[in-house]
Structure formats: C-alpha cells, structure tokens
Design a protein around this ligand. Structure first.
Ligand code: TXA
Ligand code: MG
Length: 339
C-alpha cells in the first residue's frame, strides 16, 4: 500500500509531479472531489478504474483548463461553443463526438463520444495547466458510495490506493455536474445538476430533452454510469415530504435505536429537533449537505435508518431529488406505517 498524502493548495507542485509520473491524485472542484490521472496515460487511467472498483464500461469525464484544449480531442460544434462561453468554468459536462484516435477506449468506454468539463476551481485548473495534459476524473469515491465533498471523504475511501488529495475545503455545490449530450440532433440532459435544462435551452435557443422527466424509466440510460447503483450508504434511507415530519418523529419515538435525521432548518425549528443533520435553508444548501450527511450517519454503527427531506418536483430541485432517489432506492418514510 502506498502512503496517501493530503496536500494543501500551496503544495500543488507535489500533485503535479504525481500526475506527470502516472500516479492518481484527487482534486477539488465546485461539484465533488474528482479522482485525477493523465488522460493520455493508459496505465494511469486503468488504475483509476481499479482504485474506485468501477466497471470498465463506464467512461470518464476529461477535465480541461482552457477551452482551446477541447478541440485537441473532441469535435466542437456551435452548441458547445455557446455553452462553454456561458457556463465554463462551471458544473456542466458536455458530450461531444471524439476526435478519431485522440483518446483511448479506456477513457471513452469504446464510445465515439467523450465527456468534457472545465471545473470552476482555480487550484485544479492550475494542476491541469502545470501537468500539461487533460485529466480524467470520476468522482473520487469507492464505486457505489456517495460522492466526496470533503478531502476526508476521499481519504476514507481511497487511502493507500492513490498518491494524494489536494485539499481545498468543502465543495460548494455538492452534487455532480449536469451532463448534456450535444452529439445528436437534439441536446439532451443525461444527468441533472445545478444547471437546469431550462437554463441550457435558453442559451442554446432550442429545446433540451431531459431524461429525468421521461416517463419510461426502464429505457436504457444514455450515460452508462446512470444504470449502476449510486450514492448509496449501507443503511436504509427513506425520503420524507415536507408535511410528513410529524409522522416520522412519532415513529422514531417508538424505536429503541437511534436514527439519522436529515432535515431542512425550517422543519428542525418547527418540530423542535436539535440533533438532526441540517440541510439548511434551501435546495442549494441541501445539495451541499446531502452526501456529507449520508456519510456521517453511515459511519455510525448503531444507526440503521436515515430519514432525508425531499423537495417538491421541479427542475431546480431535480439534481437533489435524483441523488436522494438513488440513495433511498425510491423508498418513502410512509411505507413504514402504511400497509
Ligand atoms: O461533477 C462531476 O461531473 C464530477 C467531477 C469530479 O467533475 N465527476 C463525475 O464523474 O461525476 P463520474 O465519472 O462519477 O460521472 C461521469 C458520468 C458517468 O455516469 C458516465 O457514464 C458518464 O458521465 N459519461 C462519461 N462519458 C460519457 C459519454 N461519452 N457518453 C455518455 N455518458 C458519459
Ligand atoms: Mg461518480
């Protein structure tokens, strides 16, 4: 086992050397921490899959520091140009046709497209620039665990398997980037994130399909990773609607074991609950707190059940609700006391 370092942002040169030497480095971003490797180093990219325990048919996002870098390996179209101008650096990943032979199948999963993103984090863009290569980066969690929003989450999952983590504090957004497919004749959101289909449609001047709103959940997902179980802690997770907390708290009162409560600040105040994991004031704070809260209760052996607030279905809540839906397997608290 190698020793995994935790570097501050002023120790970036050590991280740059590690990337250049074909090693794995976890990097901060505005969404979640990523697991970085030189995108052109086949062995390093294979090690990314191994470190995460990730299925090899699930392709990686290539992270860039400059817009000019993109055309080295992807075919940029007019839609992509508009979205880069408006949203990069930022939490938006674009799927574009890959340039022939520019990237290995290990990166693209053998698809004829590639996922690209420019993260909104100065330290990480400096890392990419200094390394002189684009950096592949899945979320830096063990496959199937919630994505990391703190360097300590990365360390917990990957210590001994990677060279180090560049610690830049808590990630601001807390859920992964919006993925938009620009490789077909109609733009389509494959994974919801902070940037909504409406915001994208407005900039593109054309309709954007949103897979999340599609009725047929059995259809094969277009982002290969969406078919795997994600974000799931090792506990039973239940979704709770805004008007269901009184019932939840009554049920909790009858249990012998402690439970995990992840509640909006307003619900905590209304029901006089002091010891919940606060999701804060709105959906933005809830997104930032979701994965950290799941990991917090996952680490408590006597907690077997976690209750988490969901938000009413609308497009600004879609990213949060989508991650919670996966963590809970679709289970709602009301199942515990009905039928
Ligand atoms: O915010 C994020 O996007 C983070 C940070 C680290 O950048 N990264 C991230 O990567 O979430 P990952 O690997 O956990 O998720 C990438 C998703 C997977 O579901 C994968 O299947 C999909 O992107 N993907 C990658 N390449 C694709 C392609 N060519 N076509 C469709 N989906 C693709
Ligand atoms: Mg991931």
């Amino acid at each position: 086992m190698m020793e995994t370092k935790i570097w501050t942002s002023s120790e970036l040169s050590a991280a740059v050397s590690a990337i250049k030497a074909g090693q794995l480095v976890s990097f901060p971003s505005e969404t979640v921490y990523g697991l970085g490797a030189n995108a052109f180093d086949e062995v390093a990219v294979k090690n990314v899959y191994a470190a995460k325990g990730r299925p090899s048919d699930n392709p990686l996002i290539v992270h860039v520091a400059d817009i000019e870098q993109v055309s080295d390996f992807a075919q940029v179209n007019e839609w992509a140009e508009k979205l880069m101008q408006q949203f990069w650096p930022g939490p938006l990943t674009m799927i574009l046709p890959v340039q022939p032979d520019a990237l290995s199948e290990t990166v693209t999963g053998g698809l004829d497209t590639v996922a690209i993103r420019m993260p909104d984090n100065d330290v990480t863009r400096q890392l990419i620039r200094d390394a002189g290569v684009p950096i592949v980066g899945p979320s830096a969690n063990t496959s199937g665990r919630p994505s990391p929003t703190l360097a300590t989450h990365v360390y917990h999952d990957l210590q001994g398997k990677i060279a180090g983590v560049v610690d830049d504090g808590a990630t601001m957004i807390g859920v992964e980037s919006t993925i938009i497919d620009l490789s077909t004749d109609q733009p389509a959101v494959l994974r919801p994130g902070k940037i909504t289909p409406e915001e994208l449609a407005e900039v593109l001047g054309t309709d954007v399909i949103s897979e999340v709103t599609m009725k047929d959940a059995s259809a094969a997902p277009k982002a290969p990773g969406m078919k795997y179980r994600h974000y799931a802690p090792d506990k039973d997770v239940y979704m709770v609607g805004a008007d269901e907390w009184a019932d939840v708290l009554a049920w909790v009162d009858e249990q012998d074991q402690p439970v995990g409560l992840m509640m909006p600040a307003q619900a905590m105040a209304q029901h006089n609950v002091a010891d919940a994991w606060s999701l804060g004031e709105d959906v933005n704070s809830a997104m930032a707190q979701l994965f950290a809260g799941l990991r917090h209760f996952d680490g408590q052996a006597d907690v077997k059940t976690i209750f988490v607030a969901d938000f009413v279905r609308d497009s600004t809540h879609a990213a949060y609700n989508n991650r919670l839906l996966k963590a809970s397997g679709g289970h709602r608290a009301t199942e515990l006391w009905t039928d």
